[in-house]
Design a binder for this molecule. Structure first.
Ligand SMILES: NC(=O)c1ccc[n+]([C@@H]2O[C@H](COP(=O)([O-])OP(=O)(O)OC[C@H]3O[C@@H](n4cnc5c(N)ncnc54)[C@H](OP(=O)(O)O)[C@@H]3O)[C@@H](O)[C@H]2O)c1
Length: 301
């Protein structure tokens, strides 16, 4: 497993992590998958107060040395008032059964609450030792800048955004900007929410399989490598089986060569493979109405 520094810190996080959204279905199975992932080099585990999986993460890391895992969770936008952020963090600490959250992220922007109020609470949480680093999620370049400027003492270390071989909107500006500013991109839905395996993208899957064979890698490993290799990005696929976790770990530690990267680019272009991110599609509404946000995040995807 290859590790990358998160943000401008010396903290190392695995370039393949585990996402836990929609886990909680076959708990023992999922916990075993997370444990196996950690045993095989993953240290980055992502959850959120909204996912209802913090307890599951807590069970997965129960007998593991605390410094061997990096726990990331998120505060929901309807909790962005100062006191609510503090309360949400305390709840997450309790659910996770840990003393300190490694990365605390704002889940989505909320235009109804002043960002300065929210960031003040985030800084207070660092000062109080309840969280180590501050991150955001689904923030555009402008929103990211606004959040950073609203803080007095600390840097934002990461922006968790949708990024996969099909959804690459962040390459327009955000990816480069974050590289320059040393803000890690945490690529969510790195397997396109599973649609990489659907009929619609079968040709792409087959093509990736052919490219991957040269490296003795699968189509899935090739798709993940495409977004993490050589970039300021890590990926957090959700995998609830041991088989999937082990396969995903194999996406790290090697690099597609320039020629193959170009071939993939050409294939995507020639076949017009492109999809808007969730944030592009729903962002303008969701950033103003957190009740719609909660509904969409809970039921829709
Ligand atoms: N910040 C945000 O707003 C936001 C939004 C969405 C997601 N996220 C984060 O990103 C994580 C991942 O995103 P996601 O859950 O949307 O989708 P994803 O990781 O792109 O895809 C998950 C799907 O891929 C399958 N899968 C995983 N590894 C596989 C493999 N090697 N071979 C075949 N299938 C495989 C999973 O099946 P199994 O479960 O059966 O293994 C699941 O059906 C989430 O869990 C969450 O932590 C964050």
């Amino acid at each position: 497993m290859k590790f990358k520094n998160i943000g401008n810190t010396n903290e190392k996080i695995s370039e393949i992590g585990i996402g836990t959204w929609k886990m909680g279905i076959d708990i023992n199975h999922e916990i075993n998958a997370i444990k196996l992932g950690i045993k095989n080099g993953i240290n980055f585990i992502d959850t959120a107060e909204l996912y209802g999986t913090e307890y599951l993460v807590s069970k997965s890391i129960k007998n593991i040395e605390r410094e061997n895992v990096f726990i990331a969770t998120k505060v929901s936008p309807h909790h962005f008032h100062y006191n609510d952020v503090i309360k949400a963090c305390n709840n997450s600490l309790k659910n996770l059964n840990i003393k300190q959250i490694d990365l605390y992220q704002l889940h989505w922007p909320n235009y109804n609450i002043e960002i300065s109020e929210t960031m003040k609470a985030m800084e207070k949480l660092v000062d109080d030792g309840k969280i180590r680093y501050i991150g955001v999620s689904n923030f555009t370049l402008k929103e990211l800048d606004g959040a950073q400027n609203a803080m007095k003492k600390y840097n934002i270390v990461s922006n968790q955004v949708e990024y996969n071989i099909i959804t690459r909107g962040i390459e327009k500006d955000l990816l480069k900007y974050c590289e320059k500013e040393k803000i890690t991109i945490i690529a969510y839905s790195p397997l396109a929410r599973g649609s990489l395996f659907s009929k619609k993208y079968y040709k792409l899957y087959q093509f990736l399989d052919t490219i991957g064979k040269k490296y003795k890698k699968s189509a899935t490993q090739t798709a993940l490598n495409f977004i993490i290799s050589g970039k300021n990005a890590i990926a957090i696929p959700k995998a609830s089986s041991e088989k999937h976790v082990i396969e995903n770990i194999g996406a790290s530690g090697w690099k597609l060569n320039k020629r193959d990267l170009e071939q993939i680019e050409n294939f995507l272009k020639n076949n017009k493979i492109k999809r808007n991110s969730l944030s592009d599609t729903y962002g303008p509404i969701m950033k103003r109405t957190s009740s719609i946000w909660s509904k969409l995040m809970t039921n829709k995807q």
